[in-house]
Write a protein that binds this ligand. Structure first.
Ligand code: EPZ
Length: 430
């Protein structure tokens, strides 16, 4: 199992290229199941979650071609997907248990093939992560849903029908799944209280390019007029705002200056506002955002995670790492996930002063120095928080179980080395 070793104390300066968004790529990949034509996705990030989802689509009958694209210093991947026919309509436990976003195949398979069998994803480190909103909505669209032996068996022999659906929570996953299902449903589907994350806008752009009729992009009421068939399209995956936000914190925590190439300021308004409030200088350019903390006199601030456009829960752990070494006290409230403070005990082992109240809030009091330590990664974003702490801790930090990081951060150690970090990946036989 690989480890990442970091020797803290380096100020990070330079350019980091931000890749395509994991949380856009995953639904975009499953949207290719909605047509028998070729769909070409460019700027797809080289992440284990993407590799995994591609393997699942191959199981279902998709042909996939991959090409590497070099644009100056920037490397990305382009994939061509084509599912002429399904050879299976089952997403097996082996796939789904390792990557819950496999459940994105449910909407497309039901819409196009009128049947789908999907292993229930089960929980993960950050919470129970139920699917009730997905399933209840599909039932409202005429699907018969049965849970048997840990599988969802979904059937819609006459195809799906449009419905007026009100989400109890603005679920990103349910918005994507129901949007994809509704594109081929008979009649009109209205989704109220839909999630408005930029990744959903990216999915709507692809679906409409494929011939879908979706109105309400970036708003919480989406209207879909079902069509008979969708056709092929070409689409470039949106830049990853969470990867960009994570490296913005790397600049802030090391008091350095990093240009985040391809980052979009408009998708990071609240996190960048928080960094500005902490004293960091933020400068958007034509194709990047420059984060300059070299002269920042930082002070702690409070953050509360919320649905987009509020503060993203996927940046909570990274900002908490920053607060552990920022003078003053900061309150961190997590409102989306019930168990997303697993980075706290690991940060405390490095000398952080954090007090967790219940499940949902923590007080962080800045300390002068963290000390390097062997730490354990638990979930994707918590792992990045440990890397950030290691960048400023005295001595060496070893982050174990870096497979968590590889799910969502492409070539993390190379990108940090390129701006001066003393970091290396150590391959260790199990
Ligand atoms: C997506 O997860 C992201 N994953 C998560 O990012 C992100 O944290 C989350 O949205 C919130 O922004 C992907 O896009 C692949 P939700 P998702 O459905 O869709 C409850 C990362 O680090 N809920 O928006 O699973 C749920 O329990 C990952 O990249 C139900 O109650 O999240 C949560 O409290 C981690 N019933 C809230 O809604 C349901 O049927 C939001 O969850 C579905 C969700």
């Amino acid at each position: 199992m690989d480890k990442i070793k970091i020797r803290g104390g380096k100020q990070l300066n330079g350019k980091i290229y931000i890749g395509g968004a994991k949380n856009a790529a995953l639904p975009l990949i499953t949207a290719t199941l909605l047509t028998e034509d070729e769909v070409i996705l460019s700027n797809v990030p080289a992440l284990s979650d993407v590799t995994f989802l591609n393997k699942l689509l191959i199981e279902l009958g998709t042909q996939i071609e991959e090409t590497i694209v070099q644009d100056g210093e920037y490397t990305s991947k382009t994939y061509t997907y084509q599912t002429k026919n399904f050879k299976s309509l089952t997403a097996p436990y082996d796939f789904v248990r390792k990557m819950r976003a496999s459940y994105y195949v449910l909407g497309p398979m039901l819409a196009r093939a009128h049947h789908a069998e999907l292993s229930l994803p089960g929980g993960c480190a950050i919470g129970a992560r139920p699917m009730d909103i997905h399933l209840n909505s599909l039932e409202m669209m005429g699907a018969q849903i049965e849970i048997k032996n840990g599988y969802v068996i979904a059937d819609a022999p006459e195809g799906l029908k449009g419905a007026h659906i009100i989400f109890p929570k603005a679920s990103v996953g349910a918005t994507c799944n129901i949007l994809m299902a509704a594109t081929l449903a008979e009649g009109e589907t209205v989704i109220e209280n839909a999630a408005k994350e930029p990744e959903i806008g990216d999915l709507i752009d692809l679906l409409n390019d494929m011939g879908a009729q979706i109105e309400g992009r970036d708003r919480s009421v989406l209207t879909v007029h079902g069509v008979q068939k969708l056709h092929g399209a070409t689409h470039s995956v949106l830049s990853d705002r969470i990867e960009a936000g994570s490296y913005a914190v790397a600049a802030a925590i090391t008091k350095g200056c990093i240009e985040l190439v391809h980052a979009k300021e408009e998708h990071l308004e609240v996190p960048l506002y928080i960094l500005k409030k902490m004293g960091v200088q933020i400068t958007p350019t034509e194709n990047s955002v420059i984060v300059d903390a070299r002269h920042a006199d930082m002070q702690g601030v409070d953050i509360m995670t919320d649905y987009y456009p509020g503060f993203p829960t996927d940046l909570q752990a990274q900002f908490m790492a920053l607060m552990t070494v920022t003078p003053g006290a900061s309150m961190v409230s997590e409102t989306i996930w019930e168990n997303r403070f697993m980075h706290v005990p690991e940060l405390m082992r490095m000398g952080a002063n954090i007090n967790v109240h219940g499940h949902a809030s923590a007080i962080v009091r800045g300390v002068k120095k963290l000390s390097g330590a062997p730490v354990m990664a638990t979930d994707l974003r918590a792992s990045f928080a440990l890397v950030l702490a290691g960048l400023v801790a005295e001595g060496e930090t070893v982050v174990n179980r870096v497979y968590h990081l590889d799910r969502g951060y492409e070539r993390l150690e190379e990108k940090l080395q390129s701006v001066g970090a003393d970091i290396e990946r150590v391959h260790e036989d199990d």
